[in-house]
Every structure is written in structure tokens, then in C-alpha cells.
Ligand binder design. Structure first.
Ligand SMILES: [Fe+2]
Length: 286
């Protein structure tokens, strides 16, 4: 039994993001995978091939939904039509929780399609927490929020990013999707110690963890999800598991996607850390 009320799914272990280049391999070979994460927006359609593939995946695997366009941090109200479609998909997938980002991306109904960093202000805490509560009530599924990576900061900020994350999660009474790669990327771009951030995250609210690779440029690091996970990110992940206990973990690999076995092997490296936290754990092997 988990001591973490937002992490009642410790058997979820290590998942992989479901990506088009892997569909054939998965459907033909049926590899052993704990669960797949889907990008909700790719399946919020009325029919056709995406849903046909999804139904075949659902016959065999557990699926968790991850979204990119609720814009929980925008001052705009939630998009009712978007929520209606999201809810219909959640019924189809039976997702145990549903994640989206702690970001904004729209102004007056115009969408940027970017995950823009928040100004860390008390006003933003209030607005964002209220929208998360409203989303959860409408969707009738636990909503968890993910920290994004950022390349710019606002002068208006009244607190650190980790204080903001804490305040929002507390006021919304929601879980957290902790992206340790994003913490690392932002720590390099803004010059803070990533462990200071990690150690301040309310461990009892972490329901899922993202790990990913990224690209290094001369002056900044971009969160590109197109490389194996760096050692520094594994070190942060190890600390996160130490603090949060065994937690559903997902490797994001979105660009220059290698063969399925390569992505899966990289993801399964996380098992080493999950086993350290829970030695009797039953592993799903490739
Ligand atoms: Fe992420």
C-alpha cells in the first residue's frame, strides 16, 4: 500500500510513449510493456485509423493519457468542447489519471500551441489552481500537472518555480507529473541547483515521473526528447525515487525516434532504481 495518496498505481512501473513509427512493431510483436502513454490530442477524433489503432492497443495494454493543450495556466477559461472530447477519450482508455502541463498558451481564445512558462505570481497560483479543480470535476478523473522546461523568466515572479509548483498543487489538491529532465534543463538555463528544486517538491503528491534526453547547445539546453537520458538526469531520477518511492515512470522520446527495442531498453534502465526502492518488485521485461 502506497503512503502516497496521489500514487496509488505503483505497479505501473516503466511505460513508453506510444508513437506512430512503433505501431506496427507493437501490434505484430506484442512486446511486454507495463503501459503506454498517449498524447490525448492525437486521439481526440471521431473515428478512423488513430482510434482503430488505440482500440487494438487497449485490448492488450494499459494506457495513460497525457495532454498538451488544456493550458491550465492561461487566464482564459477552460475550453468546454476540448474537455468534452477529452472526457470521451478518458472513458475509452480508462486512464487512471490524466496529465497536462503547468503552463499557458492562449490569450483571448487564440492558441500559440506552445507550452509557455508561467509568471510565478500569487495571482497565477489562484487562477491555475481553480482551473485544475474545475478540470478534475468536469473530467471525473484525477488531473496531475507537469513542470515544463523554460528558457525565459518573468520579472513579475514572486516566488521560485518549485514554490509555485507546491502552491498550485496544494491549492488545487492535485497530483504532480514530475519531469526530472525539465528540472535539469531549467536548472542549466536559469542557474539553480536541480537538487534544491527536487528536494522541495511535495513527494506525497508525485503520481508520475517523466525522463527524457535533450540537446545541448553552446549557451542553453533544449528539451528535445531525441537522445538517450543523460547521467545527470538519471541521478535526479534516482533521488526522485528515493523521495517519492516507486512511481510510474515514462521515457519520452519524440524526435529522431529509434527502433522500438532501443527506446524500450532505454526506458527499462529505470527498473534499476525502482528495484532499489522496492526489491520484491515484479518486473516486466522486453
Ligand atoms: Fe515531460
Amino acid at each position: 500500500m502506497s503512503a502516497n495518496p496521489f500514487n496509488g498505481f505503483t505497479d505501473y512501473g516503466v511505460g513508453i510513449g506510444l508513437r506512430i513509427p512503433h505501431y506496427r512493431h507493437i501490434l505484430e510483436r506484442r512486446p511486454g510493456v507495463d503501459w503506454f502513454e498517449i498524447i490525448s490530442e492525437n486521439f481526440m477524433v471521431d473515428g478512423g485509423r488513430p482510434l482503430a489503432i488505440l482500440d487494438q492497443i487497449l485490448e492488450q495494454y494499459r494506457v495513460v493519457q497525457h495532454g498538451v493543450s488544456m493550458y491550465l495556466g492561461s487566464a482564459d477559461p477552460l475550453d468546454r468542447e476540448h474537455l468534452r472530447r477529452l472526457k470521451a477519450l478518458a472513458r475509452r482508455t480508462r486512464t487512471p489519471w490524466l496529465s497536462d502541463h503547468l503552463c499557458w498558451g492562449s490569450v483571448d481564445g487564440r492558441y500559440t500551441h506552445d507550452l509557455l512558462p508561467m509568471p510565478y505570481t500569487w495571482e497565477a497560483v489562484r487562477v491555475t489552481a481553480a482551473k485544475i479543480r474545475q478540470a478534475r470535476e468536469t473530467l471525473e478523473v484525477p488531473v496531475i500537472v507537469e513542470n515544463v522546461s523554460s528558457y525565459a523568466e518573468f520579472h513579475a515572479s514572486e516566488m521560485t518555480e518549485w514554490e509555485f509548483l507546491n502552491e498550485v498543487a496544494e491549492r488545487a489538491d492535485c497530483g504532480i507529473l514530475l519531469d526530472v529532465n525539465n528540472i535539469y534543463v531549467s536548472s542549466r538555463n536559469h542557474g539553480f541547483d536541480p537538487f534544491t528544486y527536487l528536494n522541495a517538491v511535495p513527494a506525497e503528491r508525485v503520481a508520475q515521473i517523466h525522463i527524457a534526453g535533450h540537446s545541448k547547445f553552446e549557451k542553453y539546453i533544449l528539451d528535445t526528447h531525441d537522445h538517450p537520458v543523460l547521467d545527470q538526469v538519471w541521478r535526479l531520477y534516482a533521488r526522485a525515487i528515493q523521495r517519492c518511492g516507486p512511481t510510474a515512470t515514462l521515457l519520452e522520446w519524440d524526435d529522431r525516434i529509434p527502433p522500438f527495442e532501443e527506446v524500450h531498453a532505454e526506458a527499462l534502465k529505470a527498473n534499476r532504481y525502482l528495484l532499489a526502492a522496492e526489491p520484491d518488485r515484479q518486473l516486466v521485461l522486453p
